[in-house]
Design a protein around this ligand. Sequence first.
Ligand SMILES: NC(=O)c1ccc[n+]([C@@H]2O[C@H](COP(=O)([O-])OP(=O)(O)OC[C@H]3O[C@@H](n4cnc5c(N)ncnc54)[C@H](OP(=O)(O)O)[C@@H]3O)[C@@H](O)[C@H]2O)c1
Length: 280
Amino acid sequence: MRVLITGAAGGVGSSIISQLRDTGLEVRATCRRPDPQRWPWLQTFPSDLNQPHTMRQALEGVETVFLYSFAQRDSLPRLVEEMKAAGVEKVIVLSTIDTTRHEPFVEYNKQRHLEVENAIAHSGFNAVCLRPGAFARNAIRFWANQIREHRTVGLPFPESQQAPIADEDIAAVAVRAITTSQLDGEKIVLTGPSSLTMRDQVGLISQAIAEPIGITELSEIEARALYGQVLPPEYLDLLMGQWAFETTEKAVVAPAVHDITGHRPISYLDWAIDHRDAFL
Ligand SMILES: NC(=O)c1ccc[n+]([C@@H]2O[C@H](COP(=O)([O-])OP(=O)(O)OC[C@H]3O[C@@H](n4cnc5c(N)ncnc54)[C@H](OP(=O)(O)O)[C@@H]3O)[C@@H](O)[C@H]2O)c1
């Protein structure tokens, strides 16, 4: 069976590629700027989901696609057409837990991902929607520079809670969806193993690098200036609303990673130890 992994340079896509290596499947990968040296054992194609014609060659003869939800509203129908024309049968969509939430601040992200989920499901593909909560990897994007440079993290809401999930666990579920029919048609919420405040998360990173890390409480204006350096404005609004809200309750902890893969999701400490070099 020929499988196409989009977003190959991203954390989830690259982990799926590694986990598929010894399955005997014929794996192809797309990203906007592929590095052919990275995976000499598979075919990589320079393709952009927002320019669906650039996907055509990669899609030839592909039965199953792992799809990042980056296709925008006006390119989605053409992306669907390209996959249909190529004879794709199954599509695993990387979506978000926000599709299950009702607070007004998630609306932008929720609708963006629901459009992709619905376009796939309503076009007759066998659709599997993976709906992860916060990625553990966000700590690298949000905090690694601050930790490397000052051994401190600025937080507007230190008691905000998430259940961060490792890319490898999302990828393990995706691999199950690719290689079996067990998850066909399902929409699956995926989280890490426990609800942790941001203060806890920083503490676990500190433990992983064996160095103290301070926390500076920021006003929302200060936080917007700091996090605006690594986030587009639409996500900045979403995250400020979400982080404030998440101080009021524990994060959802879903059993799906364990139920589907048979292993406990990777703990935040183990994740931080595996990625300690990013913070040093
Ligand atoms: N971060 C979270 O906490 C979180 C939680 C739940 C769901 N998600 C969802 O998971 C997905 C990935 O998030 P992420 O934080 O991992 O993002 P990311 O690291 O910034 O992006 C991952 C991959 O997506 C591709 N990509 C990004 N922008 C693109 C565009 N405009 N057109 C085509 N491809 C694009 C990139 O592919 P190239 O290699 O081609 O550049 C990249 O390899 C998003 O849909 C996000 O909403 C994220």
